[in-house]
Design a protein around this ligand. Structure first.
Ligand code: FES
Length: 313
């Protein structure tokens, strides 16, 4: 069981447009663990599971974290619970912060593109980029109210933060926003799939790691041609289980009573990560680096190309 942090809901702000910002602190107001810009936490929602939210406050503030949650009626219950059940003073449990976006240290110019509530990871990054004196811009495409940006008027006035209400105005071309490929420029995108597709197309020729993506929703994954039914062996207990064709490792582990945390179930959040020891995993996630894949897999989407897979569980 991963270590959890107990947090008190210190303050709730209605940010308009169905967005609620929660300010979280230690119940005794101790300092919280250090946060990297672009990091997220997994919040444990009773009877629902784990949901991932980007930390949107200034990472330099050591005794408070902030998350902004847009209520989604089509969600699987996380945002509705955070909107309807949480009051100021309530206790919630979260993971330690995990790194989502990483600021590309070799770049001197940073272009961030967000779709609606996809702004959240960039708010924490912008605080840091601003302090470092780097050249940055945050472009936010949204439909309807986007009141959360009103807290950043200085950035708007200086042309750092630009918003585009596509319900009343023209949708900007990403090619106009993104510069030509250049080793001194890094670009980041967080938003709906159509925005991510356009961003990927525009940055295809960019230097490796200089175009980074964070997904809102898991995209549809094509079946892995080389995946097959297999036996998973749990190294620590010696237990084995059969993983059927089309079944995820996560589902097979839950079926035999093993507790594995999960959230997106689509290979984009990293909550269900496990270490593997032997076998030939077929990775279908969208976030692990090639190095990380040498030792870890995401159990909600990974398949296996060998008869047996040994995991460190
Ligand atoms: S549950 Fe999100 S990556 Fe597996």
């Amino acid at each position: 069981m991963p270590q959890l942090i107990t947090l008190k809901v210190d303050r709730i702000d209605d940010m308009g447009g169905g967005v609620r910002r929660l300010s979280l602190c230690d119940p005794d107001r101790w300092r919280l663990p250090a946060v990297r810009p672009g990091a997220h936490i997994e919040v444990h929602i009773p009877d629902v599971g784990t949901r991932v939210y980007s930390l949107c406050g200034d990472p330099a503030v050591e005794n408070q974290w902030q998350i902004a949650v847009k209520r989604s009626e089509t969600s699987r219950g996380g945002s509705v619970w955070l909107h309807e059940q949480l009051t100021e003073g309530a206790i919630v449990y979260s993971s330690f912060p995990r790194t989502g976006f990483r600021i590309v240290e070799s770049a001197t110019r940073h272009i961030m593109i967000a779709g609606g509530i996809g702004i959240t990871p960039f708010l924490s990054m912008a605080h840091v980029l601003e302090r470092l004196g780097l050249d940055w811009q945050l472009h936010v495409l949204h439909r309807g109210p986007m009141d959360i940006v009103q807290d950043y008027k200085g950035w708007i006035d200086h042309g750092r933060l630009r918003t585009y209400d596509t319900s009343t105005g023209r949708r900007p071309n990403l090619s106009d926003i993104l510069a030509q490929p250049d080793a001194s420029v890094a670009a980041y995108c967080c938003g709906p799939q159509s925005m991510i597709d356009a961003f990927q197309e525009q940055t295809m020729a960019w230097p490796q790691d200089h175009a980074q993506i964070e997904y809102f929703l898991p995209p549809k994954l094509a079946p892995a041609a080389n995946a097959r039914p297999y036996t998973v062996e749990l190294k620590k207990s010696g237990v084995t289980a059969e993983v059927g064709s089309g079944e995820s490792l996560l589902k097979a582990l839950l079926r035999i009573g093993k507790k594995v945390d999960s959230s997106c179930e689509g290979g984009i959040c990293g909550v269900c990560e496990l270490a593997w020891l032997q076998g030939d995993p077929v990775h279908r996630d969208l976030i692990l680096s090639p190095d990380r894949r040498m030792t870890h897999l995401l159990s909600c989407v990974s398949g296996c190309a060998s008869e047996r897979l040994v995991i460190d569980l």
